[in-house]
Write a protein that binds this ligand. Sequence first.
Ligand code: UT7
Length: 331
Amino acid sequence: MTFAGPGARLVGTGSALPERVVTNAELAAKIDTSDEWIIERTGIRQRHIAGDEETTSSLATKAARTALDDAGLEASDIGLIVLATATPDNTFPATATKVQDALGCNGCVAFDVAAVCSGFLYALATADSLLRTGMAKRALVIGAETFSRILDWDDRTTCVLFGDGAGAVVLEAPDTSAATPQDSSASGILASKLHADGAQHDLLYVDGGPSTTQTVGHLRMRGREVFRHAVVNLSQVLHEVIEEAGVSVSDIDWVVPHQANARILDATAKKLGIPAEKVVVTVQDHANTSAASVPLALDTARRDGRIKPGDLIMLEAMGGGFTWGASLMRV
Ligand code: UT7
C-alpha cells in the first residue's frame, strides 16, 4: 500500500505507562537470566508492567487524553479512532470502542487494527488515508498493549523482552489547497509503505486464539530469525519511503523506530546510513511494547525537546505476521 504527498498533520502526542517498573534484576531473581545478558543482547534495563486494574483500554485512554490536551482539543473534536493492539481487552468489541466511550466521543468511527508490533504504522496509514478522503477531520491513532498478559513467564527467551504501555497521536486532515504532492517542506505525512508476509507466521505468533484453542495463548518467537528478517525488511521499506517522498537520507532529522532491540536499531541505522545520534532510543526504559512502542518513543522525544516543529521524522516497525512498514512525516 502506498500513499504519497502531504497528508494528515500531527497536532498532538501523548503516552501512558503502568506505574510498576520491573528491572532486569527482579526478573533474574525469578528465572535463569541476568541483567548483563539482557542489557548486552537487547539494551533493555527495565519495563513497565500493568497492575491488576490496568488494561489495554485504560492505558490507551490515558495516552489519548494526554494527546488531546497536547493538541488543545476536546474528545468531541475527534471523528475517527484507530487503535492498534494485539492484546485487546476482549476478543470483541474493538478496544477502540471502549476508549471512545471513556473519552466521551460516542458516535465517531472507532475500530482496532491487528498488525502486532507494526500495528501503529498500519493504524497511522489507515487513519491518514481515511482523513485524506474527508471521512473525518481529526483522528486519534493509538498503539496500546498489555503484552505482560500473553507472556510465558517461564520462557526466558521471550519474557524479558516485552513491556506494557500506550502511545497516541492526534492527526488533522490535510489542507489540500496548501501544498502540491511534491512539496516535502509542508507539514504532514509525506509517504507511507506497508508490507506483510504470512509465510513467516511461525517465527513470531501467539499459540492460542478463539477460533483455534479457545484460549488466549502465549507469545512464541524464534528470536534470531526474527532479528535477521527485521534488519533486511526495515532497511528495504525505509528506502522505499525515502524514494517515494523524494527526499534523501540526510534530510531526515529523526528516526523513531519500533523499540524491539537496541542492536536492531543500530544495525538498521547503519544500513540506512543515518548517524546513531538521530535515532530515538527508548528500549532501555520501556522494552518492547509492540504497537505502543513507536508512539511512546515519539511522545518521549517531542516532550524532551528532541523532535521540534518542522523536523522530518521517519517512523518504522516490524512485527509478527510478518508485517512491517514505515512512514515519513514533517511535524
Ligand atoms: O517486536 C517484534 C520483533 N521482535 C524482534 O525484533 C526480536 C528480534 N530478536 C532479538 O531481539 C534477539 O534475537 C533476542 C534478544 C530475542 C535473542 O538474542 P540473540 O543474540 O539472538 O540470542 P539467541 O536467541 O541466539 O540466544 C543466545 C543464547 C542461547 O543460549 P545457547 O543456546 O547459546 O547456550 C539462549 O538460550 O542466549 C540464551 N538466552 C538467554 N540467556 C540468558 C536466551 N534468552 C536468555 C535470557 N537470559 N533471557
